[in-house]
Each structure stands twice: as C-alpha cells, then as structure tokens.
Design a protein around this ligand. Structure first.
Ligand SMILES: Cc1ncc(COP(=O)(O)O)c(C=O)c1O
Length: 285
C-alpha cells in the first residue's frame, strides 16, 4: 500500500510518525474521505472545499493549495491504478512537544492514501439494520475532525448488537445522524433530514441527494425529527461516500414500514448510482 506523507510517496511500512504528533496526542486535525469510481474521483472539489472549511474552523492553515493537493491525489491514483477505492486524506497540526496550546512554529502533517472500498450490493438492495443511541458528541459536529471517539463507541455498540449503523439522538434536539452517515426519513412521500447545522456533518452525499430529490420534485424538509417520529416512518435510509444511499429496514428490533426498502429510497439510490456512472464516463470520454 502506497502512502503519501508530507511530500513523499512511501511504502506503508516506511510511513512513520513521531509519538508527539498532535493527531495522535490530541486528535488535533481534520480529514476527508472521497470516492474513486470507474477510475475517477467523485466530487473531489466538494470534499476539498469541506476540508478547507474544517481546517479553518480549527485555525489550521493547510500547507497546500487546492491544485497542489489535487495533483497528489491524481498521482496516488495513477500509481495505484485503482478503479474503485476510497481516498483518505488527513491533515493534523503537526509534530511538537506535548502542550495543549498551538505550537508557535509547526509544519502540518499531511497523509493521503487510497484504500479498497467494495460496494455492499446486498446491503444496497435489501437494506440493513440499525439501533438508536444517545448522541454523545461535542457542539461542532459540522467539523470533519479526526476526533471520532463517540462515533467509534456508537458504531461498536451497533456491531455488538449485530447491526450496521447506530442512529444518534441528541437530547433536546432530535435525530441527528449515524455514526458515519447522514440519516433520511420518509413519511407519506415527504422526505425529512436533519438541517446542516453544528449538530451534524453535512455530508457530500447528503448535498448530492438533496439536489437529486429537488430535481425529481420530491418534497424535502430539513428539520430534526424526534426519536418517536423516527419509529413511525415509512422509510429510513442513510447516505455517505462509502454507503451511497442505503435502506434501513429495522431499527431497535422493529421493522421500518413493511421491513423492505421503500420506493423513495430506491429511486434516490438509482439516481445516485446513475450519477456515479455519469461521472465515471464523462471524464473518461
Ligand atoms: C459523522 C458523519 N456524518 C455523515 C457522514 C457522511 O458524509 P459524506 O457524505 O461526505 O461521506 C460521515 C462520513 O464519514 C460522517 O462521519
């Protein structure tokens, strides 16, 4: 596996960092995950724009321009020759003696690599199960921070219960999002999803699916649903770069609707997959 680390392309075993790297010690950094489909990056500019916003929110000056980091990602793809993959890109504040305060002089650490991202066709077709968990995260979930401990704990709870995703419910707010996905609900044909705010990470796929729904004239309300409402929905689905548009057919052991993926979900999934193929072909031609 090839790793880009601070200007060099290294073998996995050569890509090493000191123990006082601030990503390791403080989770002081931000990241992105972008899809490669048909040998092309999907919505890379949207991901890089979000990375810039996340970095700005933690007062981290990115040590590259957008075209410089694009060149790195192209080089990784060229060398790896992968048709389908996920790009992992992380920037942390860098290496400095341990001190909570920002170091006066520091060079950010940049890591990028491509990893396998197989599509779970069975899950896309038949749906997956989920549980609800309390949302234990901080007040800036809009920042794509590498500080993911509550998300890790939530996803592990789901795994312990033998289900795919943990749907987070914030006390006093409502249903926010999954541990690594955005949540969507459908009631009597109307779509509900949490508004872009400090309570969720506004997913790149979320943005795309909103556009697809609007183009199809499907009604969408961006609002927080309550946990009780969630359990009454006709359809529920999650979206993310690696999950695409994935039906949820059971929550906390209770069927969603009739327990099968619903028509709104499957229509949006179809449109999303068509768009992926269009991107792959448009840039190939
Ligand atoms: C907490 C959280 N919400 C939502 C998403 C979905 O974002 P995207 O569509 O950009 O993959 C992710 C992706 O990893 C995430 O970690």
């Amino acid at each position: 596996m090839l790793i880009y680390l601070n200007g060099k392309y290294l073998d996995y075993s050569q890509a090493l960092l000191p123990v006082d790297e601030r990503g390791l010690q403080f989770a002081d950094g931000v990241y992105e995950v972008a899809l490669v489909w048909g040998g092309q990056f999907v919505d890379l500019d949207r991901h890089l724009e979000r990375l810039e916003r996340s970095a700005q929110a933690i007062e981290l000056d990115l040590p590259f321009t957008r075209s410089e980091i694009r060149a790195v990602t192209e080089e990784l793809l060229h060398r790896a020759e992968m048709k389908q993959a996920a790009l992992y890109l992380q920037v942390t504040r860098g290496v400095a003696p341990r001190d909570h305060r920002f170091p006066a002089v520091v060079q950010p650490t940049v890591i990028a690599y491509l990893k396998d991202a197989p599509v779970d066709q069975g899950a896309l077709q038949h749906g997956v199960k989920a549980i609800t968990v309390p949302d234990l995260r901080w007040l800036r979930c809009d920042i794509k921070s590498v500080s993911l401990l509550p998300n890790v704990l939530a996803r592990q709870q789901a795994a312990n219960r033998g289900v795919r995703e943990a749907l987070q419910v914030r006390a006093g707010v409502g249903v926010t999002e999954g541990s690594a996905t955005n949540i969507w609900m459908v009631h009597q044909g109307s779509i509900v999803t949490a508004p872009a705010s400090n309570w969720i990470l506004s997913g790149i796929v979320r943005g795309v699916v909103l556009e697809l729904a609007q183009a199809e004239k499907m009604p969408v309300a961006e609002r927080f649903a309550s946990a009780e409402e969630l359990m009454q929905m006709d359809e529920v689905f999650i979206t993310s770069t690696t999950s695409f548009v994935m039906p949820i057919v059971e929550i906390d052991g209770r069927k969603v609707g009739d327990g099968e993926p619903g028509p709104v979900t499957m229509r949006l999934q179809e449109l999303y997959l068509e768009r992926l193929d269009q991107i792959a072909h448009a840039t190939l031609g």
